[in-house]
Design a binder for this molecule. Sequence first.
Ligand SMILES: *[C@@H]1O[C@H](CO)[C@@H](O)[C@H](O)[C@H]1NC(C)=O
Ligand SMILES: *[C@@H]1O[C@H](CO)[C@@H](O)[C@H](O)[C@H]1NC(C)=O
Ligand SMILES: *[C@@H]1O[C@H](CO)[C@@H](O)[C@H](O)[C@H]1NC(C)=O
Ligand SMILES: *[C@@H]1O[C@H](CO)[C@@H](O)[C@H](O)[C@H]1NC(C)=O
Ligand SMILES: *[C@@H]1O[C@H](CO)[C@@H](O)[C@H](O)[C@H]1NC(C)=O
Ligand SMILES: *[C@@H]1O[C@H](CO)[C@@H](O)[C@H](O)[C@H]1NC(C)=O
Ligand SMILES: *[C@@H]1O[C@H](CO)[C@@H](O)[C@H](O)[C@H]1NC(C)=O
Ligand SMILES: *[C@@H]1O[C@H](CO)[C@@H](O)[C@H](O)[C@H]1NC(C)=O
Ligand SMILES: *[C@@H]1O[C@H](CO)[C@@H](O)[C@H](O)[C@H]1NC(C)=O
Ligand SMILES: *[C@@H]1O[C@H](CO)[C@@H](O)[C@H](O)[C@H]1NC(C)=O
Ligand SMILES: *[C@@H]1O[C@H](CO)[C@@H](O)[C@H](O)[C@H]1NC(C)=O
Ligand SMILES: *[C@@H]1O[C@H](CO)[C@@H](O)[C@H](O)[C@H]1NC(C)=O
Ligand SMILES: [Fe+2]
Length: 515
Amino acid sequence: MLVVAALLGALGVAAAPINQANFTYVHVPGTVPLNGLEPLQQRLSYVNSTAMFVSWNTYASLNSSEATVVYGTDPFNLKYTAHAESLTYNTSRTWNHHALLTELKPKTDYWYRVAYTNCYACTNIPTYKFTTARAPGDESPYSVAVVIDLGTMGADGLSDHYGPYITGSHHIPWKKDESNTIQSMIQNLDTYDAVLHPGDIAYSDYFIKQSVQGYFGTSNASVIVNKTAVAEGYEILLEEFYDQMQPITAVKPYMVTAGNHEANCDNGGTSDSRNNITYGLDICMPGQYNFTGFINHWRMPGNPTEANRNFWYSYDDGMVHVVFFDTETDLGGNFTGPDEPGGFYGEDSGPFGTYKNEQIDWLKKDLAAVDRKKTPWVIAMGHRPWYVSGTNVSSTVCLECQQAFEPIFVEYGVDLIMQGHVHAYQRNKPMANYYVDPNGLNNPSSPLTILNGAGGHYDGLDTLLNATQWSAYQNDQLYGWSRITFHNRTHMTHQFIASGNSTVIDEVTLYKEHK
Ligand SMILES: *[C@@H]1O[C@H](CO)[C@@H](O)[C@H](O)[C@H]1NC(C)=O
Ligand SMILES: *[C@@H]1O[C@H](CO)[C@@H](O)[C@H](O)[C@H]1NC(C)=O
Ligand SMILES: *[C@@H]1O[C@H](CO)[C@@H](O)[C@H](O)[C@H]1NC(C)=O
Ligand SMILES: *[C@@H]1O[C@H](CO)[C@@H](O)[C@H](O)[C@H]1NC(C)=O
Ligand SMILES: *[C@@H]1O[C@H](CO)[C@@H](O)[C@H](O)[C@H]1NC(C)=O
Ligand SMILES: *[C@@H]1O[C@H](CO)[C@@H](O)[C@H](O)[C@H]1NC(C)=O
Ligand SMILES: *[C@@H]1O[C@H](CO)[C@@H](O)[C@H](O)[C@H]1NC(C)=O
Ligand SMILES: *[C@@H]1O[C@H](CO)[C@@H](O)[C@H](O)[C@H]1NC(C)=O
Ligand SMILES: *[C@@H]1O[C@H](CO)[C@@H](O)[C@H](O)[C@H]1NC(C)=O
Ligand SMILES: *[C@@H]1O[C@H](CO)[C@@H](O)[C@H](O)[C@H]1NC(C)=O
Ligand SMILES: *[C@@H]1O[C@H](CO)[C@@H](O)[C@H](O)[C@H]1NC(C)=O
Ligand SMILES: *[C@@H]1O[C@H](CO)[C@@H](O)[C@H](O)[C@H]1NC(C)=O
Ligand SMILES: [Fe+2]
């Protein structure tokens, strides 16, 4: 029972088929709007300090002249126009539109509106404002938010209960009187300039697991799913998440790379032990594997002519060079990425490089070219971790990722690495190859590595084992997100923020001489 049916049920109305959300002019996340032209899921991403993508989705197709964005520095005179490419895929109910805005000024406010903002019965679509990235070398202080492993919140995702057929022990989920992570990030919109989300975005591939656990109803039809139900359920959960995030993504650049849950529709294979059914990749319809939705939905600043553009890339923002790397595929060398055919997750996805070592070659070249006079800070965002207390299991930590990436990050003096995948928070001491840096936070030569997979999704949080000697602080009881503040060339503060009441739970300042 997805959101519309749930809502009608709550209103005491007989459950209607999805698409009938015509009882309200407020767009309900995950529902088909009355007018298919209504622009939804507005989202921004940086290309560089003078270019930006504005993306949005509609339930009706638009041709290229219809798919436009008007924008300008004066909200009453949006004098520039950009046209968007429109993309969809087999199982999608929506069209993705991506408009590239160029020749912008750095660190400048722009207002924008996308096509059909004035359509009949369209809702909730004012003119939005964004601010471009700072030019490299601009030393003004700023903050960014980082969230990892964040899924749909509420009735179809993380809520105050699980499906009745759940097995095994899980953390008790969201508490009713507290904010969830999306709400906390919206409440704090004024405290950061962009959101970085390296992987596990929406958890729409949990549709099968949630169904099997009776979360959408306990009838046979709800519990035993078929291809059609999975195809539609997966898309609805994606749409619902994108709608829930829209108050953030419409006004703050939202930078992503892939996690394992973007790979396909089957969550690495889900078993229904009650009915003796194992769901494998064959339940996924064409268009719901090989990261298709992820590739269609987002526009990141990677090489525009290659499939890997959303997977590995970098950009500068003032004092900071930001790198996103892909732990799922394309680890280079002789490694098989965990999501690749033959990888231990069996997701049969990728690779996305035009040759085996493309990501690794790109990473070395990218880091070698950083001008530390302009961007003294270098931070790296990737999905899978390698330092997690008490675990050395390949499904939890990615030792191939460590071998592929860590020596490069150490060699080029990367200051901070952030990862998720394990649903908890753990801040490690600066370290390299298990060797704790004797300088600690006072000008270490090894990266500070922080795990924050505590965004939250249907399955709750993971349990960390006892802290190892290199874990400086860990917490597996709270949902949360991170805020990183770059004060100046030498000081950076990382905060772990509890979503429930938006308080700072853990805070450290890293000092780097950056000579
Ligand atoms: C809602 O949509 C259904 C199906 O299109 C239609 O029959 C019904 O009259 C609509 N209700 C309202 C209040 O517009
Ligand atoms: C920024 O990106 C745009 C779009 O790709 C490009 O035209 C422009 O040359 C880039 N600017 C710089 C300084 O790289
Ligand atoms: C796009 O659609 C509009 C109608 O909405 C039509 O007038 C126009 O000719 C179309 N343009 C192209 C390039 O197909
Ligand atoms: C499905 O229906 C069969 C036959 O009525 C019943 O034995 C079985 O328990 C049902 N399964 C579920 C999950 O409700
Ligand atoms: C597939 O599942 C949907 C939703 O439960 C149901 O309406 C439909 O009849 C099923 N289709 C088949 C072929 O069983
Ligand atoms: C479960 O299904 C498999 C085949 O899919 C079958 O071999 C096995 O006997 C079944 N187990 C039970 C307990 O029914
Ligand atoms: C759509 O499905 C067909 C086969 O049914 C497949 O050939 C095609 O590649 C699919 N398209 C996408 C975008 O997945
Ligand atoms: C891959 O393995 C082969 C054979 O073991 C070895 O010769 C080669 O150096 C390895 N390549 C890399 C990039 O590690
Ligand atoms: C996934 O997509 C990439 C890029 O289009 C392609 O090179 C690769 O072969 C695909 N992998 C699978 C298993 O379909
Ligand atoms: C964790 O630490 C506690 C308290 O020091 C100890 O009792 C427990 O045995 C430890 N557990 C493991 C798995 O090491
Ligand atoms: C950099 O910022 C830190 C933290 O705010 C401050 O203590 C330090 O004095 C600043 N350094 C300079 C050179 O301004
Ligand atoms: C905020 O939440 C944290 C974590 O649950 C808790 O420790 C703290 O007491 C709360 N603070 C307030 C002011 O409610
Ligand atoms: Fe993950």
